[in-house]
Design a binder for this molecule. Structure first.
Ligand code: 13P
Length: 340
């Protein structure tokens, strides 16, 4: 297989029917925040124990095609000395890595951010490949607010996303291009759709400019939803309609797959909306999930930093992964939610 064919095959494998991604790539500040909420000290040992617990869930690979790791996790080993990426690969789960270095304030544009991490990226990518990663992720954040987002913010982030994607493909890694339009704010679903569409149009313009092979990448995006503090909350059917319309207008059919982030929706709401979106027939791309919080919340709460809770925590993760697998096939139901 040529390099391009290998990339395309990996991209398609990540969106294999009925399977999705587990985003377990929380940076030090983010995992610290999640642990602190439950009084779990964020030590290297606890972070390893937590991720090892998640990745050894029996039957996980029935629903999960790939896991996004953080730099530290890619280098860690299980208590028995197995490198975590190898632990995943042995179960036929593809290891990936978040390669951006986080979002920082955009100068001259209060309230907006740009994502850093391009300096030295070429060298980091070749090391990540050596360590077993087969795909990468870069997240940009776009805030909606008074006069926001600006074109300057969308363009700066779109440009970096495209350079990241080109560098990843050069290294033989499938880029997951993630421009996240944040849910925070009082805006309507119509405003979310407008901003998501404008953002995606810019991102694909930049991807074309950098000659990124669309067959060898995935798009990660938010669902089109009402702002978190909007008085009028759109239901699952309306979310599905707006999301599909927006993606049809802005995402080329050559892209093999689109995966959704959960972005702060409750785990059940994320599954219900995913199910409604995936029931829409005749779409050119494979659709799936790449959830962080919506897959992990129940498992993390159950685990609570104690090995004694591992089996119950794994059952919680297994249940959410199964529900989301059903949703990707448009087969999720209230009954499935209550099956154990
Ligand atoms: P959430 O599903 O918690 O939004 O996380 C997904 C992710 O990887 C964000 O970059």
């Amino acid at each position: 297989m040529s390099g391009e064919e290998t990339l395309a095959a990996t991209a398609r494998a990540l969106v294999t029917a009925g399977k999705g991604l587990l985003a377990a790539d929380e940076s030090f500040p983010t995992i610290g925040k999640r642990f602190k909420a439950l009084d779990i000290p964020s030590t290297e040992e606890n972070r390893e124990a937590y991720r090892e617990m998640l990745f050894t869930t029996p039957g996980l690979s029935d629903f999960i095609s790939g896991v996004i790791l953080f730099d530290e996790t890619l280098r860690q080993r299980t208590k028995d000395g197995v490198p975590l990426p190898e632990l995943l690969a042995k179960q036929n789960i593809i290891p990936g890595i978040k390669v951006d270095l986080g979002a920082i304030p955009l100068p001259n544009f209060p309230g907006e951010k740009f994502t850093q991490g391009l300096d030295g990226l070429r060298e980091r990518l070749s090391e990540y490949r050596e360590l077993g990663a087969r795909f990468t992720k870069w997240r940009a954040v776009i805030a909606i607010g008074d006069g926001l987002p600006t074109a300057a913010c969308i363009e700066a982030n779109g440009h970096s996303l495209a350079l990241f994607a080109a560098l990843s493909q050069e290294a033989g890694l499938v880029p997951i291009v993630e421009p996240e339009v944040l849910m925070d704010g009082k805006h309507t679903i119509a405003r979310c759709e407008e901003v998501t569409r404008g953002t995606l149009e810019c991102v694909f313009y930049e991807l074309f400019n950098q000659r990124v092979a669309l067959e060898g990448m995935l798009l990660k995006t938010g669902m089109v939803v009402s702002g978190k503090d909007c008085a009028q909350q759109a239901g699952a059917e309306e979310v599905a309609e707006a999301t599909v319309r927006c993606l049809r207008r802005a995402v080329p059919a050559t892209v093999p797959g689109i995966v959704f982030l959960s972005g702060g929706q409750s785990d059940i709401a994320a599954t219900e909306r995913l199910n409604a979106i995936c029931r829409v027939p005749g779409l050119p791309w494979a659709l799936s999930f790449s959830f962080g919080r919506a897959l992990q919340d129940a498992a993390l709460q159950t685990w609570h930093g104690s090995a004694a809770n591992a089996v119950a925590a794994q059952a919680a993760l297994h249940h959410r992964a199964r529900c989301n697998s059903l949703a990707v096939q448009g087969k999720y139901s209230e009954q499935a939610e209550h099956e154990t």
